[in-house]
Design a protein. Sequence first.
Length: 134
Amino acid sequence: MTTVTIDLSTGAPPSPDRTRQLAKTFAELVRVMNHATMHHEALGEPSDADRVVRELSSAAARLPQLCAQIGGWLQREQDAGRIEVAGEDPAVSVMAAVMNLEDAAAAAVRLQGELDAAASVTSTLAAREDGGDE
């Protein structure tokens, strides 16, 4: 079992170490949720599934800003001459990375839309009062 303690406040001082740790924690959270939801007991009723779908939509909605900020940082570093790539033109490599991040942001927008569509259905679901086993 891995225990992680990390300050999630937006007012925490930014640093490369903290940024990497946050990204690692995000990826680990998804891995743990994947494992947990393999088990039927991870969700107790349809409203639990609805809440998880809505939280995932919220996370997806935040990804385009993150992708844009990473791409912007790369571009500013390239413009300042602080990036190099062995045997390649760093401007071309940074442009490719920025374009891929823009594509990822667009995919996140589509993901959010699909999750919102799922939530429009999961919000109508309820557990049967008689606990039917049909």
